[in-house]
Design a protein around this ligand. Structure first.
Ligand code: NAD
Ligand code: MG
Length: 343
């Protein structure tokens, strides 16, 4: 069974007299900086020279420093820039300013799991990974709640790394919802697998393939959009609230029989084999190597695939239909504002 911690398990003194630098002010960065500050923790934000985020962070009442100055000032340094930029930032700005007894913190295990960053042995290495996008980490905190967090310890020369990770997660609001203990390896590998196979990759391709099958068979695209994409939320909400059994209880028995008898034909043994292959590519480091090389060589494939995705006919039908249902996106953070995708 996993170790799960709540507010009564937290020793707040573990972070009370530390200085925390949040490097990066994107999706996670703004939420960490503001939540920790409002939890009474001494924070500053570290940004690149000329960063567009500087005005936003200052206006929010945060102290802003250069990446190097923030690293030198702090004794807890949280890296919240894109995963593929962290190693270069570490080498140039953080490593020269690290001292024995400092703690390096991450919100995703990627750079430690794949040895892109190799911290010295006299520094604590912890992870605090909220299980939700940054704007939700911020919004639930303001509302008095919290997003569940994962914590992990990779290096613990101080003997206090776990207490620090827990107190940091508490400062984000995470202990109100539950903080689960994991390892860098488990968090990193399951996170990559989840987003590739289910949350992002699996679900988008399932929706588009089903939509194409229906439209090619001559059905009206608007009907196909509602069936294959719009209604997905209603079903996922039921699963989120009551599990798969609860969802099956709520749908008609015709839908349930179709689910039980046809689902395993869609996700068949060949698909399961592909899932195992994808997991192996993650575990061996092949995916990480491919993605870092792509990110450092101009992202040609990435941008081409992204552009192809935008051209898919489901996007046009969807945007027209959603424009007729403005309440669907009302109050939602726009793509630009959220400034970041799935972690
Ligand atoms: P992001 O892209 O939203 O923001 C990154 C920020 O870093 C930018 O806004 C900018 O301020 C700064 N930045 C960009 N390039 C930089 C560079 N070269 N040098 C210095 N600063 C730079 O990133 P994010 O989605 O908040 O991800 C940050 C970390 O949090 C990653 O490790 C990610 O895996 C993890 N994470 C993200 C989410 C999520 O939902 N977005 C969830 C859990 C964990
Ligand atoms: Mg993720």
């Amino acid at each position: 069974m996993a170790n799960i911690y709540y507010e009564s398990d937290v020793d707040r003194s573990a972070i009370a007299d530390r200085k925390v630098a949040i490097l990066g002010y994107g999706s996670q960065g703004h939420a960490h900086a503001l939540n920790l500050k409002e939890s009474g923790i001494d924070v500053c934000v570290g940004l690149r020279d000329g960063s567009a985020s500087e005005a936003k962070a200052s206006e929010a009442g945060l102290v802003v420093r250069s990446l190097a100055d923030a690293s030198a000032w702090a004794d807890v340094i949280m890296l919240l820039m894109p995963d593929t930029d962290q190693a270069a930032v570490y080498e140039e700005h953080i490593a020269p300013n690290l001292q024995a007894g400092d703690a390096l913190a991450f919100a995703h295990g990627f750079n430690i799991r794949f040895d892109l960053i190799q911290p010295p042995a006299d520094v604590d290495v912890i992870m605090v990974a909220p299980k939700g996008p940054g704007h939700l980490v911020r919004r639930t905190y303001v509302e008095g709640g919290g997003v569940p967090c994962l914590i992990a310890v990779e290096q613990d020369p101080s003997g206090g790394a776990k207490a620090l990770a827990l107190a940091y997660a508490d400062g984000l609001g995470g202990a109100r919802a539950g903080v689960i203990e994991t390892t860098f390896t488990e968090e990193c590998e399951t996170d990559l697998f989840g987003e590739q196979v289910v949350l992002c990759g699996g679900v988008t391709e399932l929706v588009r393939s089903a939509f194409d099958t229906l439209v090619d068979a001559g059905y009206q695209p608007e009907i196909c959009y509602f069936e294959c994409l719009h209604e997905l939320k209603l079903i996922v909400d039921l699963m989120y609230e009551q599990g798969i059994g609860g969802m099956r209880f709520s749908v008609s028995d015709t839908a349930e029989y179709g689910d039980l008898s046809r689902g395993p034909r869609v996700i068949n043994d060949s698909v399961r084999e592909t899932m195992s292959e994808i997991l192996s590519e993650i575990q061996s480091g092949q995916f990480a190597e491919e993605w870092v090389a792509e990110a450092h060589s101009g992202r040609e494939n990435f941008y081409r695939l992204e552009a192809e995705g935008r051209e898919h006919r489901i996007e046009k039908v969807g945007s027209d239909l959603r424009a007729m249902m403005p309440w669907i996106s009302a109050g939602r953070v726009s793509v630009q504002e959220a400034s970041g995708g799935q972690g």
